[in-house]
Design a protein around this ligand. Structure first.
Ligand code: T5A
Length: 246
């Protein structure tokens, strides 16, 4: 059995206030990378499960693979500024729905162009906390903006890049919000009214129905270990199918 060789830059998690762990490969893999996305409503456990998946991949990969973790909004320097503007509790004036949509699109365009595409072209496995489905669910279903327009905007921002696998952590909205409340301070979007979050949840539900080969539903209202094990099963199956595990 061969082990993944990696270098960890240890303090990025603290710098970004949450996961942003980065492994560096010691050998080029020579194939196109894969984009694995975590999606779900507030407090579904995406961050928790991404960290656990990284840890598991680090221990169990059989080949030398470059692996990075990132997020939207906020995966680039520009994105960090946009994230602050989008999520701060008291923006000083109400943020219009269209302005919000365009800021998420700008964050994504920068992220795709300067980070995701270069990484994927090196053969990297990229784990990303939220991507295009969040815009459809939050701005489309949640804010009631035009879905076709959002799909076009997503296409412009991504240049056609799509996730190879999306893990949708499905949890009852009230339960997710209760977890967020228990954690402490809530950001601008977490403070939105319950009906908004329910519409977002409906968006994820319909997206999963429409994209069954890409989106895997995970019951996230379970203990962390059970969720992590299911995710590991799905990801190892995919990695084998993609030729990463031999
Ligand atoms: N957004 C984003 C849009 O509106 N449009 C877009 O296009 C995009 C890309 C991002 C915000 O931007 C919006 C969506 C978001 O509102 P964010 O901080 O990245 O902001 O928000 P979230 O992704 O929702 O992050 P959260 O931290 O709120 O939720 P997570 O990551 O799903 O949950 P996590 O892992 O932090 O866990 C939350 C709490 O629950 C506990 C954890 O310990 C933690 O305290 N927990 C569990 N408790 C019990 N059982 C389990 N199984 C648990 N798993 C975790």
């Amino acid at each position: 059995m061969r082990h993944l060789d990696f270098i960890i830059i240890p303090n990025l998690a603290q710098i970004y206030g949450r996961i942003y762990i980065y492994f560096i490969e010691v050998e080029s893999y020579g194939m196109k990378g894969k984009l694995i996305v975590f999606e779900g409503v507030e407090g579904a456990g995406k961050t928790t499960q991404m960290q656990r998946l990284i840890h598991w991949l680090q221990l169990s990969c059989f080949q030398k693979v470059r692996l990075v973790a990132t997020r939207e909004p906020g995966g680039t320097e520009l994105g960090k500024g946009l994230r602050h503007l989008l999520l701060k509790q008291d923006p000083g004036e109400s943020v219009s729905d269209v302005a919000e949509l365009l800021m998420y699109a700008a964050d994504r365009a920068q992220h795709v162009e300067t980070f995701l595409k270069p990484e994927l072209s090196k053969g990297t496995i990229v784990l990303c906390d939220r991507f295009t489905d969040s815009t459809i669910a939050y701005q489309g279903y949640g804010r009631n903006l035009n879905l076709n327009l959002i799909k076009q905007l997503n296409a412009i921002a991504t240049g056609g890049l799509e996730s190879d696998l999306t893990l949708w952590l499905d949890i009852n909205v009230e339960e997710g919000l209760a977890r967020v409340r228990a954690r402490g301070e809530r950001d601008r979007i977490e403070q939105a009214h319950l009906q908004f979050h329910k519409r977002v949840q409906q968006g994820f539900t319909e997206l999963a129905e429409e994209n069954q080969s890409r989106i895997f539903r995970i019951d996230a209202d379970r203990p962390e270990d059970a969720i992590a094990q299911e995710i590991q099963g799905i990801v190892s199956h995919k990695l084998a199918a993609w030729g990463y595990l031999k």
